[in-house]
Design a protein around this ligand. Structure first.
Ligand code: ZN
Ligand code: ZN
Length: 101
């Protein structure tokens, strides 16, 4: 039994959303790393900063309608969770942040 509220095909959904916007953050426009892009000379924090994540506007990870999804770079994403509605549990955020491409 999985505790995850994410759809089993969430990874595919997230990748499709990111591809549809050309791997750009929808808030600051930062172009993020595509899967498999070479970053040998990058530090971990640089790579993390350029990782595109998919945010749920209504903070409901079960709601995967396209209008509820927003590709955001990690710092913009964190901003929404820190200063957004604030009703999200830290556990849920870390789950979302650990989703890799
Ligand atoms: Zn951003
Ligand atoms: Zn989010």
């Amino acid at each position: 039994m999985s505790k995850s509220r994410y759809a089993s095909n969430w990874k595919e959904i997230a990748t499709a959303v990111k591809e549809s916007v050309g791997w750009c953050c929808q808030k600051c426009g930062r172009v993020c790393l595509k899967p498999g892009e070479k970053t040998q000379s990058w530090t971990l924090s640089e790579r993390r900063a350029y990782t595109l994540q998919v945010h749920h506007w209504n903070f409901n990870p079960e709601d995967n309608r396209l209008e509820n999804l927003a590709p955001l770079c990690s710092s913009c994403h964190l901003h929404y969770h820190r200063f957004g509605r604030g009703n999200i549990s830290p556990g849920q955020l870390s789950l979302e942040l650990t989703i890799k491409n």
